[in-house]
Design a protein around this ligand. Structure first.
Ligand code: C5P
Length: 217
């Protein structure tokens, strides 16, 4: 029997706020399924990083769009781009519609490769891949996320103040949720996974259960 497009191209869309655990979830699922993974946050971070490095303003849409159009997904370096300050800058760049449109083309191209892919971000289930057969929305309370982010920075040898990180997490949530274009929001058909009280393994097992149920349909 011929396979349907949905069977051959299993796109998994994972959204959620900063430090919700969606990135780890996405990496584990991609590995489990043997499909490529794109952390779309890195695409916004790369644009912000390029602007900062060149000493260019973060709010000039023409310049930011040009940088976004030239972005090569093969060059995204998580180690360089994961700095807290680059995340802040990325969420400023991410409010500009023309930057989003430019990155959207690259993100959709990645999603539509044969065999499927896992993408994580803020608007994957709502805008980038609205037809994805599996959509997860991963959340956790701001306090839990701030604690995780603080511990992560400290474990990498950096210094972080929990109260400051919590304030930043809340500010970023506000900016991401209230922007006019592609705000952070669960798709109507997304499965909600609250990881506030779950360790990553339990959350991952729940996600695998959801994926298997969709595959079995
Ligand atoms: O997930 P991460 O913290 O790397 O994302 C950095 C910023 O990029 C987010 O705060 C958000 O403003 C933006 N972003 C977005 N849409 C996505 C992924 C990230 O607007 N799909």
């Amino acid at each position: 029997m011929q396979k349907t497009k949905e069977e051959t191209q299993m796109i998994i869309a994972i959204d959620g706020p900063a430090a919700s655990g969606k990135g780890t979830m996405a990496r584990k699922l991609a590995q489990h399924l043997g499909v490529p993974h794109l952390d779309t946050g890195l695409t916004f971070r790369a644009v912000a990083h390029a602007l900062l490095e060149a000493g260019l303003p973060l709010d000039d849409e023409n310049v930011a769009e040009e940088v976004a159009r030239k972005l090569d997904l093969g060059t995204l370096d998580r180690d360089v781009l994961s700095a807290h300050a680059i995340g802040e800058a990325a969420s400023k760049v991410a409010v500009m519609p023309r930057v989003r449109t430019a990155l959207l083309e690259a993100q959709r191209g990645f999603a539509n490769q044969p065999g499927g892919a896992v993408l994580d971000g803020r608007d994957i289930g709502t805008v980038v891949c609205p037809d994805a057969p599996v959509k997860l929305f991963v959340t956790a309370s701001p306090e839990v996320r701030a604690r995780r982010r603080t511990d992560e920075i400290v474990s990498r040898g950096g210094t972080a103040d929990y109260e400051q990180v919590l304030a930043d997490v809340k500010k970023r949530d506000e900016r991401d949720s209230t922007r006019a274009v592609a705000p952070l929001l669960p798709a109507e058909d997304a499965h909600l996974l609250d990881t506030s009280k779950l360790d990553i393994e339990s959350a991952f097992q729940q996600a695998v259960g959801i994926v298997e149920a969709v595959k079995a349909r």
